[in-house]
Ligand binder design. Structure first.
Ligand SMILES: [Zn+2]
Length: 207
């Protein structure tokens, strides 16, 4: 036992020499034998410091997540942002549309009311846009495109979503096949074309 304790002390001494640049706190977190490796809490892999981006204010001078994880997180966030924007935009417009009859937890239960996932709508819009104009949904949003109803929202007269008939009409209005991404110019032109319906031109709102 005595020998083992000595061995452990030796190992600890080696470790603290190698760990000279890091703080004490981190030395405790890291395995003493692998001080040159840093564990990424996201993927769980222990990797060399070259796999971590530098970070001035962190205690060890490196970011906590590895470069690969950081890159994946950014990609996912960018993707998520568009879905989030569509959701937010829909919720706002549906609140306008239904007024007092709007369900209390509309934002939370949005996909349930719509009957589809926003990510599915996004794919559909993307495919259609790619064929029509050769651009992605992200590019369309960056150019200020609008989500428009093929058959105008105002023509549906949705009053509520609590009854079966009400929900059916609402779903028809917000059906994936009734939605399209168009440029602001196209939207204005469409509004002019249906000059009888002033609402049409106001309908598609930039998101
Ligand atoms: Zn990682």
């Amino acid at each position: 036992m005595e020998n083992l304790n000595h061995l452990q002390e030796d190992l600890n001494a080696t470790a603290s020499r190698e760990e000279a640049q890091s703080t004490e706190e981190e030395a405790q977190e890291e395995s003493p034998k692998k001080v040159r490796l840093k564990k990424c809490p996201r993927c769980g892999k222990k990797q060399g410091l070259e796999n971590f981006a530098k970070h001035d204010t962190s205690s060890d001078g490196y970011q906590s997540y590895c470069k690969q994880c950081k890159s994946n997180m950014h990609k996912r966030k960018r993707k998520k942002n568009i879905t989030f924007r569509i959701k937010h935009h829909f919720a706002t417009r549906i609140k306008d549309q239904l007024g007092n009859a709007c369900p209390q937890h509309l934002s939370r239960d949005l996909e349930e009311y719509l009957g589809y996932r926003i990510s599915k709508l996004r794919s559909h819009l993307g495919e259609e846009l790619q064929l029509r104009e050769g651009i992605t949904v992200r590019e369309a949003f960056e150019r200020g495109y609008h989500i428009d109803h093929v058959r105008p929202l105002s023509s549906f007269h949705c009053a509520e979503v609590d009854s079966e008939a009400g929900l059916e009409l609402f779903r028809e209005c917000w059906a994936i096949t009734n939605l399209v991404l168009i440029s602001a110019e196209e939207n204005l032109a469409k509004g002019a074309k249906y000059s009888g319906s002033e609402e049409t031109s106001r309908e598609a709102v930039r998101i």
